[in-house]
Design a protein around this ligand. Structure first.
Ligand code: SF4
Length: 63
């Protein structure tokens, strides 16, 4: 799995960090940061869900 997030299009909604807190965080401005681009088995479902929930389409998850 490969997780990326486009900080240019992130609107700071925070759904990613709430859904997969081990994979995503937000900086002081609320903009997404990726904590791990290759999450382990236990975090992959959350990463996929974050990709579906992100309202700006900033989160990209490839298997
Ligand atoms: S869910 Fe999307 S818009 Fe919200 S903080 Fe995460 S990447 Fe940004």
């Amino acid at each position: 799995m490969r997780v990326t997030a486009d900080r240019e299009v992130c609107v700071g909604a925070g759904l990613c960090a709430m859904t997969a807190p081990g994979v995503f965080d937000q900086d002081d401005d609320g903009v997404v940061t990726v904590l791990t681009a290759d999450p382990g088995d236990e975090a992959r479902a959350g990463a996929r869900e974050a990709g579906m929930l992100c309202p700006s389409g900033a989160v990209h998850v490839t298997e």
